[in-house]
Ligand binder design. Structure first.
Ligand code: KIV
Length: 275
């Protein structure tokens, strides 16, 4: 697959070709996403929970994010790599946002950045500074507390209009794409039709220009919480536990290592001569 560019994403939207997008947080995961020819990788702040065991995205730092972006970039040369701006690294204003995004791009090596919420002034300043920005509206996990928790957003007409207006404002500010999370399917469709930029849904129905899921969710590797919109394409977590248990049993039962996994070369008799 050739390197995925912003132009390629717009082309896909105009042809009605759906964009696939998944999170990845390290070299191994990114290499597998590369092999699957998925167009976009998000080094999402969900790594705070999936990789670092925190209870939310809030504690994650920019240094930690950069550490993970660097590994992902090495594993996946072709997909567009999006680095997530962490909570507290852009909410003070445009200067802080540009400084944080510059770090993700220069030190991490990602292609573009994503930020949550509708902050058109900040997005416009970042775009003016030459930074590609993806928006993220609807359910925004960094500030889920303010939205009443991890709940469906845009359920009534006023709330739906607010989200459509946010999408338009972010496009106007220069965002090249938008993630829309956890909204009714018809609202996902309306947003997708209301803007020219590619709209990627997560729990936003079938009519978005593409879909994004968290790596650990779709592979069945994270069982603390599974939202309704997650389809588990595999149960890798169960398979890993099964393999680890089998390994433990074989070590205990002295079945591993068997003949095929050991080295010859010196006989017991020869060794006895030197002991
Ligand atoms: O961090 C993340 O994984 C995300 C997705 C939920 C889109 O922002």
């Amino acid at each position: 697959m050739a390197k995925v560019t912003i132009q390629k994403l717009y082309e896909m939207k105009s042809k009605g070709e759906k964009i696939s997008y998944v999170t990845a947080y390290d070299f191994g995961q990114a290499s597998l996403v590369e092999k699957a020819e998925i167009e976009m990788i998000l080094v999402g702040d969900s790594l705070s929970m999936t990789m670092l065991g925190n209870l939310s995205t809030v504690p994650l730092t920019t240094d930690e994010m950069i550490h993970h972006i660097k590994a992902v970039v090495k594993g996946a040369p072709s997909p567009m790599i999006v680095g997530d701006l962490v909570f507290g690294s852009y909410n003070e204003g445009p200067e802080q946002a540009i400084r944080s995004a510059n770090r993700l791009l220069k030190e991490g090596g990602c292609d573009v950045v994503k930020l949550e919420g509708c902050m058109p002034d900040i997005v416009a300043a970042m775009v003016k500074a030459g930074i590609g920005v993806q928006g993220h509206i609807g359910l925004t996990p960094q500030t889920a507390g303010l939205l009443g928790g991890f709940k469906l957003q845009g359920k009534n007409l006023d709330a739906a209009k607010k989200i459509v207006d946010e999408a338009k404002a972010l496009e106007q500010a220069g965002a090249f794409s938008l993630v829309v999370e956890c909204v009714p399917e018809e609202l996902g469709r309306a947003i997708t039709e209301a803007v020219k930029m590619p709209v990627i849904g997560i729990g936003a129905g079938r009519y978005c220009d593409g879909q994004v899921l968290v790596y650990h969710d779709l592979l069945g590797m994270f069982d603390r919480f599974t939202p309704k919109f997650v389809k588990k394409y595999a149960n890798i977590g169960d398979q890993i536990v099964k393999a680890l248990k089998e390994y433990k049993d074989e070590v205990r039962g002295v079945k591993f290592p068997s003949d095929e996994y050991v080295f010859g070369g010196v006989s017991k008799e020869d060794l006895e001569k030197i002991l």
